[in-house]
Design a protein around this ligand. Structure first.
Ligand code: ADP
Length: 223
């Protein structure tokens, strides 16, 4: 699903955000990208959905070579990825249902019955069926993140990328959110989950890789 060979990324000002990263993520895998703030986690994820580009190495995601891909193909590539951030980036003037349905509509789904069915399913999956007509700002942080997850997965993308999705949530809610990702993984999605929350990672047996100062450390280095 994801293959990185000797990837390096430098930002202007000689900031070496990533150095010589090699990583393979198999289809159906759940992998944590762990590491402190500033380690390079977000930069790595941005490479996967082609928001940033490495200047060295090779990166292949969903069979697409992202250092050779034509710019106009990038929106199509992103449609195969569900992306979830720490801040929920919701449309606050739209209801839960409308936020999630919007994600289907922009990808060209027109049939109302199909939009309704798929939107209700995604909302149910994240446990928000009884809140589907509510507006995001009337809901808790945990509920808002659930909307963001439903919106990201309503198109059933094979790959789900989450960048600190529990960063704004207290520990109990973080466990609930992790459970949703676990269920998505059980349904077959590949999950890449970046976090600095070691307790959350340690509560699972999923694979973990650690980034420190832009370098990937071995899994044994996680203590
Ligand atoms: P993390 O997600 O682990 O907190 P980031 O990938 O955001 O780490 O950042 C890695 C390094 O790259 C940091 O030193 C950060 O300041 C720097 N950085 C991130 N984005 C940019 C940018 N757009 N321009 C310049 N430097 C950046």
């Amino acid at each position: 699903m994801i293959k990185l060979f000797n990837i390096s990324k430098t930002y202007p000002g000689k900031i070496h955000a990533l150095s010589n990263i090699n990583l393979h993520v198999a289809k159906g895998e759940f992998i944590f990208i762990a590491g402190p703030s500033g380690a390079g986690k977000s930069t790595l994820l941005k490479l996967f959905f082609a928001e940033e580009f490495a200047e060295e190495g090779q990166i292949i995601v969903n069979g697409i070579n992202l250092l050779k891909v034509k710019r106009k193909m990038i929106p199509y590539h992103r449609r195969s990825i569900g992306i979830i951030f720490q801040d929920f980036k919701l449309l606050n003037s739209k209801t839960v249902f409308e936020n999630v349905a919007f994600s289907l509509i922009v990808t060209g789904v027109k049939k109302k019955s199909e939009i309704n069915k798929r939107t209700y399913e995604a909302i149910k999956l994240v446990g928000l069926s009884d809140k589907r007509d509510a507006y995001p700002l009337k809901l808790s942080g945990g509920e808002q993140q659930r909307i963001a997850i439903a919106r990201a997965v309503v198109n059933e993308p094979p790959l789900i990328i989450a960048d600190e999705p529990t960063g704004n949530l207290d520990p109990e809610l973080s466990v609930d959110i992790l459970d949703i990702f676990r269920r998505l993984n059980e349904k077959g999605s590949t999950i890449v989950f970046a976090t600095h929350n070691r307790a959350l990672i340690k509560s699972t047996n999923f694979r973990r890789v650690i980034i420190s100062k832009g370098r990937l450390l071995s899994e044994e280095d996680f203590t």
